[in-house]
Design a protein around this ligand. Sequence first.
Ligand SMILES: *Cc1c(COP(=O)(O)O)cnc(C)c1O
Length: 375
Amino acid sequence: MEVNVPVTDTGFGRFFLPGPTEVRREILEAMLGPMMGHRTADMEALMDRIQPGLRHAFRTERPVYVAPSSGTGMMEMAVRSVGQRRALCLVNGAFSERFAKICDLSGLEVQRIEVEWGDYHSPDMVEEALRDDEFDTVTVCHSETATGVLNPIHEITEVAHRYGAMVCVDTVSSMAGSPVETDAWGLDFVATGSQKSFALPPGLAFGVAQPAVLERAAANTQRGLYFDVLEYERNLEKSQTPNTPAVSLMYAAAAQMQAILEEGIENRWERHRQMAVRTYEWVDEMRGRGHDIGILAPEGFRSPTVTCITVPAGVRGTGVCAALKARGYIIATGYGKMKEDMVRIGHMGDHTLAELDEVLDNLAAVLHEVLAGHG
Ligand SMILES: *Cc1c(COP(=O)(O)O)cnc(C)c1O
């Protein structure tokens, strides 16, 4: 049967968006399994195949919720579970702003600590706000995909706990590519999605809540229905989900979790770290050749999964991406208000250094063309 595919499949190693990321053929093919009823032993067995890899990636002993939604759904579950009255929202880009909006629309009183795009939140900043005022909830984005900044979530969580606040963490672009110690760091609610560093198709969200969150949630009448954490928890005790699971995506997840267990999460983190370092070295090399490019995030606070490279004045992010696309490689423009000011490379998921080198070589050629005025 001919499948109607709208784009040419160029083979693995050319698609470097910071989400969705490239999915290996083997994982796509795993989705061809048959449908099954969601209260069957087969479905429970499928959930049981997914859990060990997920817990390994999250570094948790807790069950990992699997929801048929994108990552934002799990962020909403986090807020509806943890939020009581007042949320302190750390905003340093578009996704952390989304967390603040969810709090707002969930009826919480929101105060933002807003820093420039490209900046991070220091634990001191958070402490100052918590000392001055009372908050029950803090929201923070670990890897802000709009800027490539990695926030120090471990230290921020320690500060929050000292003031009795619980922390909702957006790890959509960091989980499975960057160290996240859900249990050891005491992260209260951790939310992520399938289509970033997990290198799965979009459409699943994963999350973990610590037991204290469940207690809070039980007293919270604004949990809603679809993303009610207590329903997820209760169903997962039987390896089930509250509503119809995305069966096909869960086949893919089972195959990918097996691969992640085989690779080992620490090796996976190290592979991502190496790809990030290679990208920084490449930027230095380009600067050495006189190209006025840079990395938006400050040293020490860079995400191992996504790098935002600022482009020289007069060059447009969309122009660079289009020229690279003509060579067969996909990277992203800047996000939102910074669309034309940079390009973003998602060195995450199942890519390796060899594939990254190829895209960087081509990006070098594009920059040369564009800056020479031929682009
Ligand atoms: C992609 C992303 C999201 C949004 O996830 P969806 O799956 O599109 O809902 C949220 N936060 C971060 C940091 C992201 O990278």
